[in-house]
Design a protein around this ligand. Structure first.
Ligand code: 5AD
Ligand code: SF4
Length: 444
């Protein structure tokens, strides 16, 4: 008689929405599920577990996620062994769980941002047929030990969690809790371990890395940490996000200049160019202060790439305020900008500010801003042409599989012909042609 034992290896598909923190949390959840016997897969139809790590920073992200969760219902009807876990910021928002549960009864696990280390127990319960909903109001710092996938060339490393800035538009402090820094020894150990497993580039993650270590009595700060990470043998590159302009110190910029592996790229969200709007956003800096920081960076690091986040249509934003944002973009010469229409987030002060801006005005301003920035981005890339850049080779290009792709220290994507054996190494590439989002080049 033949043996009909089930040899089906359990499969997990992870879908991520939002920022690098969300990606990093999703990685931890995926590693936990692999420790529970799930293999990573990209095929939703055949999955035993689908994890959706969510974002709630804008309504558009939430709508997209709700649509996706809705689509999974059909897949679950065809495949009853499928378990669905929805985690992250959207679930963590105060008072939304009941509404989500009602909307999506086919979800098996609802879990927040503060208790992802409980995912293994949650999975066991869900496999036994239980519906799980676990959202902690407060994080447990002892439990914030991210788990990393091994063998990647590039890795994200949390150096701190939470945010204390309370920008008036932003939901993040409400779902990620108060700012707390990981101990430097713990971070160094994690990075050394990644390097031992083939990692060549790390990105240090925090909502505001410039306030890293504020709670340490020793005075040890982010620049000190960067200096130490720079000296880890075998690590080629160090990046970091995000820098709040109000806390960007001279020491940090000078540390980057003195470092060997510290990449000349600073993501410095400006959000708006008008002092009135910045004040109502509670950003705690003026446009003059921001421009002074940019000037210092340009003086110390002439080739540094600056990127930014900008919101248009913040409540009360006048035409003149918006013109100031356009002017800022023209003055700073960002290599890239992430541009957003203001989105009301319930529970934040801006949501109840009078003079909310009509959608059609927001749309028009966004288009105009994107037009100005696209020209800036292209000009930035065109200036790179003819020169040779250090590139960390990441693998075959998605759009051009017979070519390799990688990034310059300034984080520009560059596509070029090279042997597969170059993956994971630093090469020199001459920039030849600037396209909308990439540069084409040749190995030198
Ligand atoms: N509406 C639009 N954009 C927002 N961001 C944060 N909150 C909102 C909001 N309510 C943007 C900011 C931030 C980026 C991650 O998302 O620009 O820097
Ligand atoms: Fe949100 Fe401001 Fe904190 Fe960034 S610094 S996460 S925009 S509150």
């Amino acid at each position: 008689m033949c043996n009909t034992m089930d040899v089906h290896a359990k499969k997990v598909v992870t879908l991520v929405y939002g920022c690098q923190m969300s990606e990093r949390d999703a990685e931890t959840l995926t590693v936990i599920s692999s420790e529970q016997g799930y293999e990573r897969s990209g095929n939703l139809e055949d999955a035993d577990l689908i994890i959706i790590n969510t974002c709630c920073v804008r309504e558009s992200a939430e709508n997209k996620i709700l649509g996706k969760i809705g689509e999974l219902k059909k897949i679950k009807e065809k495949n009853p062994r499928l378990k669905i876990a929805v985690s992250g910021c959207m679930v963590q928002q105060p008072g939304v769980l009941q509404h989500l549960q009602k909307k999506a009864p086919h979800v098996d696990i609802w879990t927040g941002t503060h208790n992802i280390h409980h995912f293994a127990e949650q999975l066991v319960k869900a496999q036994a047929g239980e519906k799980v909903a676990e959202i902690w109001a407060e994080p447990d710092a002892r439990m914030e030990l991210p788990l990393a996938e091994k063998g990647k060339i590039k890795a994200n490393v949390n150096i701190m969690f939470g945010c204390d800035n309370y920008c008036t538009y932003c939901i993040v402090p409400h779902v990620r809790g108060r700012e707390r820094s990981r101990r430097p020894e713990e971070i160094m150990e994690e990075i050394r371990d990644l390097v031992a497993n083939g990692c060549r580039e790390v990105t240090l993650l925090g909502q505001n890395v410039n306030s890293y270590g504020r709670e340490f009595a020793s005075g040890y700060d982010f620049a000190d940490l960067l200096g130490e990470v720079d000296r880890i043998p075998g690590l080629y590159r160090v990046r970091f996000i995000t820098s709040h302009p109000k806390d960007l110190s001279d020491k940090l910029v000078l540390t980057i200049a003195a470092g060997k592996h510290l990449c000349e790229h600073i993501h410095l969200p400006v959000q708006a160019g008008s002092n009135d709007v910045l004040k109502r956003m509670n950003r705690k800096y003026t446009r003059e202060y921001y421009l002074d920081r940019v000037e210092f960076i340009r003086r110390v690091l002439p080739e540094c790439s600056l990127t930014t986040d900008i919101i248009v249509g913040f409540p009360g934003e006048t035409k003149a305020d918006f013109e100031q944002t356009l002017d800022m973009v023209r003055q700073v010469h960002y290599s890239q900008a992430f541009t957003f229409m203001y989105s009301k987030r319930s529970g934040t002060p801006a949501a109840i500010m009078p003079t909310q801006i009509p959608l059609d005005v927001k749309k028009r301003r966004l288009q105009q801003l994107m037009g100005v920035q696209n020209a800036e981005s292209l000009a930035w890339r065109q200036k790179m042409l003819g020169k040779t850049w250090e590139v960390l080779v990441e693998g075959p290009s998605k759009t051009n599989p017979e070519r390799m792709t990688g990034r310059t220290r300034g984080n520009e994507l560059i596509v070029f012909a090279a042997e597969e054996s170059c993956v994971g190494s630093l090469v020199q590439v001459r920039a030849l042609e600037a396209h909308s989002w990439t540069i084409f080049g040749e190995l030198v």
